[in-house]
Design a protein. Structure first.
Length: 119
């Protein structure tokens, strides 16, 4: 994918399911914001990752774990898309993440993810 290409749901699915961090990173605008809400980061204080470089570090970490990812429930609009990622670690622990992304010029400029873990 080149910098001129835009988010494509099939390529996004392939990137998530193959844990291809570099391909995932290519979908984000340079000034993108990612917000993550989970047990440790409530809605009043979400984890915020500002900028493509910070998001890249996070995505490399996620993709380096020994786990499977399955993307499902995609909804695609003109300037927004949403999807869910079902993850399972080799140990059997599961994570479910639901993401909504705002798009500008075909790139993700804001992503909000709510995730829940087996505990």
């Amino acid at each position: 994918m080149t910098a001129r290409e835009t988010v494509n749901i099939d390529t996004l699915r392939r990137a998530h399911e193959q844990r291809n961090a570099n391909l995932l990173i290519s979908f984000y605008a340079d000034d993108a914001l990612m917000q993550i809400v989970d047990r440790n980061h409530p809605p009043s204080a979400p984890r915020e990752l500002c900028g493509k470089e910070t998001i890249a570090t996070f995505l490399h970490d996620v993709c380096d774990h020994d786990m499977t990812h399955k993307m499902m429930g995609e909804v695609v609009g003109k300037d927004r898309l949403s999807f869910q990622i079902a993850c399972q670690y080799a140990s059997g622990e599961r994570v479910l993440a639901a993401s909504t992304c705002d798009l500008k010029d075909g790139k993700i400029v804001r992503e909000v993810t709510v995730q829940a873990w087996d505990e």
